[in-house]
Design a protein around this ligand. Structure first.
Ligand SMILES: NC(=O)c1ccc[n+]([C@@H]2O[C@H](COP(=O)([O-])OP(=O)(O)OC[C@H]3O[C@@H](n4cnc5c(N)ncnc54)[C@H](OP(=O)(O)O)[C@@H]3O)[C@@H](O)[C@H]2O)c1
Length: 263
């Protein structure tokens, strides 16, 4: 899954500036760690100042250049303030990983689901992605190679969920989480269309089923394996794709298979 770093820069400083939302734990923390390991200046987005400070300290102790950014993606003022800070301190953004997210009611069926859970997850998982991208897009456009990674899920893929031969066909589930991620997939396609011909690529990531707080650590993959999917899309070269859902292929025989998934 390795991909060479794009080292182009408009100025002498070729250090990439990368923001990861929801980076105080789980896949986001591992994404921040991986970006730090490869030399990026990592802006660690967290809504809880104490959890964020702990994660920042841990990654700094490992030697990575990490700066905590206070960021609640559901709060327009918080998003605006974070974008203003990045503009003042760095003047551009090279990588935005929209990782923060939540899950609710995965065990229910559509007919027994709580519509308020759908409303809540659309706000956190979907509406907030628009809020964050729109706030940071002017800074991403200043990058020679802006990369937006929207962390989605294969269970937001209508193609995968309705494939009778696929591993997700038997999953009914509350619509809240799959619908919120299906909408992220559509957003990804629409932003990629709008930004075609610019230096900014927008893709959706499928980390696979990773053991994190989101699923009570029931996932079969590690958070670091999930983060490697985001890293791959963050590192796409100029001739790489924009507007795809890419990541772990649960249907493949090899548990380490990756590729483009159906929307
Ligand atoms: N784990 C999986 O199997 C899996 C599979 C497919 C996709 N994903 C996606 O991967 C992403 C990361 O999930 P995870 O598994 O790493 O879950 P996690 O360990 O529960 O982490 C979720 C992160 O999102 C943050 N967050 C939630 N609401 C937020 C808000 N309003 N503002 C800012 N941050 C917020 C959390 O912050 P707090 O600590 O403050 O709550 C936390 O840092 C999510 O988008 C999830 O849907 C996960």
């Amino acid at each position: 899954m390795s991909q060479s770093r794009n080292k182009q820069s408009t100025n002498d400083d070729d250090t990439r500036i990368a923001l990861v939302t929801g980076a105080n734990k789980g896949i986001g923390l591992e994404t921040a760690r991986l970006l730090g390991e490869e030399g990026a200046l990592v802006l660690l987005g967290a809504r809880d100042p104490e959890l964020g400070a702990t994660a920042e300290r841990d990654l700094r102790d490992e030697g990575w250049d990490v700066r905590l950014v206070s960021l609640d993606i559901t709060d327009p003022e918080s998003v605006k303030a974070a974008a203003a800070r990045v503009e003042t301190e760095f003047g551009r953004l090279d990588v935005l990983v929209n990782n923060a997210g939540a899950a609710l009611g995965l065990g229910a069926t559509p007919s027994t689901s709580d519509p308020d859970q759908l409303r809540t997850l659309l706000d956190v998982n979907t509406v907030s992605v628009v809020r964050v991208i729109n706030a940071f897009l002017p800074l991403l456009r200043r990058s020679p190679a802006g990369r937006v990674v929207n962390v989605s899920s294969e269970i937001g893929s209508i193609g995968s969920m309705t494939d009778p031969e696929g591993p997700f066909f038997g999953m009914s589930g509350s619509p809240a989480y799959p619908v919120s991620k299906a909408a992220v997939n559509m957003l990804t396609a629409l932003y990629a269309k709008e930004l075609a011909g610019t230096s900014v690529k927008v893709n959706a990531a499928n980390p696979g089923f990773c053991a994190t707080d989101l699923n009570g650590h029931s996932g079969s993959r590690s958070a670091r394996q999930g983060a490697q999917v985001s890293l791959y899309l963050a590192n796409l070269p100029d001739d790489g794709p924009s507007g795809v859902l890419w990541g772990h292929l649960a249907s493949a025989d090899d548990p380490e298979s990756y590729g483009v998934l159906p929307w």
